[in-house]
Write a protein that binds this ligand. Structure first.
Ligand code: AHM
Ligand code: MG
Length: 338
C-alpha cells in the first residue's frame, strides 16, 4: 500500500471539514463498517462452515442453535448500532416490526433502516450478496423512535449506502455530497478510497431484469425490453443483458458502467402485484445513491424518493440506473402499462 492511500476514516473527516457535521453520521457509519467486516468474514467462510449455512432452528455439534447467515447479519448490525447513543429506532427487512433499543441504552437522533443481507439465497452458490442501509433524522420527540420515524419518504434521507461482499468487499455511500466507493484491503482490515466521486453514465448499454417474468409483465414493460433488444433503440444496437439476481451486485455494476435495472410489477403473480423489492430497505437507499451519482430511480410512474411509505415492508416496482434509460422506461410505462 502506498502513502497516497485515503482511508475511509480520513475521507469522513475530510467530508466533515468540507460540509460540516457533528460526527453523528461517522459514529453510525463506523458501527455499520464494524458489523460489515464481521459479516464479510462470515460470508467468506460460508462455503466452508456448514453451520453458518444451516437453517435457523438446526443445532450444531455443540448442541447450540444455528443461525442462518442473514439472521446472523441482522443481529450483528442491530447489536453494533444499538448502544452508541445515536439511534432511536431501527427497522430491518428481517424483522416484522420496529426494532426498539434496549431500555438501558441512550437514544439518539437517528433512524437506521437496513437490509442486512440482500440476495442471501445466493450464498449457497457463492454469488455476491450485500447489505443496504439508509439513515434518517427522527421526526418524533419521545425517547424511543416510533413508526412515523421509519415511514419517511426517501427524499428525507440523511445518508445511505451499501456493502457488497464479492471478490473484494466494497462500501459505497453518500451523505448528499456525491457518491464515493471504498474497497476493503484485507491485509490491513481497512476500507480505502477506490472509486472517488462516482458518476453513473447518463445512458448505458446494459439492462438487468429477471426476464423469466416476461409473460407476467405489463405490455409497456415488455415493449420496452423488446425495444432495448432491437437496433432501433437509442444506442443503435441491442443492449447487453446482465442479471445476477442479487440487487446490490446488479446495481453496483450498473452504477459503475451505466445501465438500467428493472424489477417491475407483476400482473399475474398475486404475491408481486407491486414488484418484489422493499421500498424502505432496498429501493430508497439505492435510489438516493443513484440520484447522487446523477442517475434516477422510478416505479415507472413516479420518483421512488417521493413515495410516502405507508407500511414498513411496502414493496414497489424498482426501475433504477442511468437517467436517460430510466426516463425512457417511464415513457413506455406511462403510455402502455394499463
Ligand atoms: P431478498 O431480499 O429476499 O434477498 O430478495 C431480494 C433479491 C434481490 O437481491 C434481487 O434483485 C431479487 O431478489 C431477485 O429476485 P428474482 O429471483 O425474482 O429475480
Ligand atoms: Mg433484500
Amino acid at each position: 500500500m502506498n502513502d497516497k492511500v485515503i482511508s475511509l476514516d480520513r475521507h469522513i473527516i475530510d467530508e466533515q471539514r468540507r460540509y460540516g457535521g457533528r460526527g453523528d453520521f461517522s459514529a453510525i457509519l463506523s458501527q455499520i463498517i464494524f458489523a460489515a467486516k464481521i459479516v464479510a468474514a462470515q460470508v467468506a467462510h460460508a462455503g466452508l462452515v456448514e453451520d453458518i449455512l444451516g437453517r435457523t432452528g438446526n443445532t450444531n455439534v455443540q448442541g447450540e442453535e444455528v443461525q442462518k447467515l442473514d439472521v446472523y447479519a441482522n443481529n450483528m448490525f442491530i447489536s453494533a448500532l444499538n448502544y452508541i447513543g445515536k439511534v432511536c429506532v431501527m427497522a430491518s427487512e428481517e424483522d416484522p416490526d420496529l426494532i426498539l433499543l434496549p431500555k438501558e441504552h441512550p437514544k439518539g437522533e437517528y433512524v437506521v433502516m437496513f437490509d442486512p443481507l440482500d440476495g442471501s439465497s445466493n450464498v449457497d452458490v457463492n454469488v455476491s450478496i450485500g447489505t443496504i442501509f439508509g439513515i434518517y433524522k427522527r421526526v418524533s420527540d419521545g425517547e424511543d423512535g416510533i413508526l412515523e420515524d421509519c415511514l419517511q419518504p426517501g427524499n428525507q434521507l440523511f445518508g445511505a449506502g451499501y456493502i457488497i461482499y464479492s471478490s473484494s468487499v466494497n462500501l459505497v455511500y453518500s451523505t448528499g455530497n456525491g457518491v464515493n466507493g471504498f474497497s476493503l484491503d484485507p491485509s490491513v482490515g481497512e476500507f480505502v478510497l477506490s472509486n472517488p466521486n462516482i458518476k453513473i453514465p447518463p445512458r448505458g448499454k446494459i439492462y438487468s431484469a429477471n426476464e423469466g417474468n416476461y409473460a407476467y409483465w405489463k405490455a409497456g414493460t415488455r415493449e420496452y425490453i423488446d425495444y432495448l433488444k432491437s437496433e432501433g433503440n437509442k444506442i443503435g444496437k441491442p443492449y447487453s443483458s446482465r442479471y445476477i439476481g442479487s440487487l446490490v451486485a446488479d446495481f453496483h455494476r450498473n452504477l459503475l458502467k451505466g445501465g438500467i435495472f428493472l424489477y417491475p410489477e407483476d400482473i399475474k403473480d398475486p404475491k408481486k402485484p407491486t414488484g418484489k423489492l422493499r421500498l424502505l430497505y432496498e429501493a430508497n437507499p439505492l435510489a438516493y445513491i443513484a440520484e447522487q451519482a446523477g442517475g434516477y430511480a422510478s416505479t415507472g410512474y413516479e420518483r421512488i424518493l417521493d413515495i410516502k411509505p405507508d407500511k414498513l415492508h411496502q414493496r414497489v416496482p424498482l426501475i433504477i440506473g442511468s437517467k436517460e434509460d430510466v426516463l425512457e422506461y417511464e415513457e413506455f410505462a406511462r403510455k402502455n402499462n394499463p
